[in-house]
Design a protein around this ligand. Structure first.
Ligand code: PEP
Length: 249
């Protein structure tokens, strides 16, 4: 079954109201392939979600960058899945490497979050990826398989999951994975899904690549058969995000 190309823009902890309005205006004016060809989701910081949601073109959607692992309550500083649903935010990014490393989110914690968010009706961009040290030690697949397993143990319906392979050494460094490196891991992840979930889940789940994707390198990456799109950080704040979306064609 054909997997629709997916392009996510992770704005991380960036932006002022004025800057956000400017990015939205650039996106709204962009000439991009139809939503039948590419699904586009941008993820501003929580505080800008309502602004972006109400001003963004209707063929693009929004994602939160995180949500709490269970229902809200006495969890100062957290935002619950229920709140995102209440605000009609359809997507959430979970397990981003910055949260795994800086905030010590474990595989199990991320797995719990993914399961909870899905149960509440959110769609999830679930991130996995190895550090440079782990790659150099030859344990890339072991690491991403363990991260994916923590999700697979808790989730049976993968319809609303996009798996983002984001090698930590490529995020925000300008050192993009080569198309062959990305394809190798994506293909092994698909094999892992085939062996550990089902052939149907393996063939339909979109596996997107993230890590220093730019207007200049996206086409070659997108040409690989198991690269079903991108999660873009730095370049999603710039006009070249439009070129990245166009790599779907
Ligand atoms: C990211 O934050 O998910 C990311 C891939 O960042 P960048 O594109 O800046 O490497």
């Amino acid at each position: 079954m054909a997997r629709k190309f997916f392009v996510g823009g992770n704005w991380k902890c960036n932006g002022t109201t004025e800057e956000v309005k400017k990015i939205v205006s650039t996106l709204n004016g962009g000439d991009v392939p139809s939503p039948d060809v590419v699904e586009v989701v941008v993820s501003p910081p929580f505080v800008f979600l309502p602004l972006v949601k109400t001003t963004l073109r209707p063929d693009f959607h929004v994602a939160a960058q995180n949500c709490w692992v269970k229902n809200g309550g006495a969890y100062t500083g957290e935002v619950s899945a229920e709140m995102l649903v209440n605000l009609d935010i359809p997507w959430v990014i979970l397990g981003h490497s910055e949260r795994r490393s800086l905030l010590k989110e474990s595989n199990d914690f991320v797995g719990d979050k993914v399961a909870y968010a899905l149960a509440k009706g959110l769609k999830v961009i679930a991130c996995v990826g190895e550090t440079l040290e782990q790659r150099e030690a030859g344990s890339t697949m072991e690491v991403v398989a363990a991260q994916t397993k923590a999700i697979a143990e808790r989730v049976t319906d993968w319809t609303n999951v996009v798996l983002a392979y984001e090698p930590v050494w490529a995020i925000g460094t300008g050192k993009v994975a080569s198309p062959a490196q990305a394809q190798e891991v994506h293909s092994e992840l698909r094999d892992w899904l085939q062996a550990n979930t089902s052939p149907e889940i393996a063939s339909t789940t979109r596996i997107i690549y993230g890590g220093s994707v730019s207007g200049g390198n996206c086409k070659e990456l997108a040409a690989k058969p198991d690269v079903d799109g991108f999660l873009v950080g730095g370049a999603s704040l710039k006009p070249e995000f439009i070129d990245i979306i166009k790599s779907a064609e």
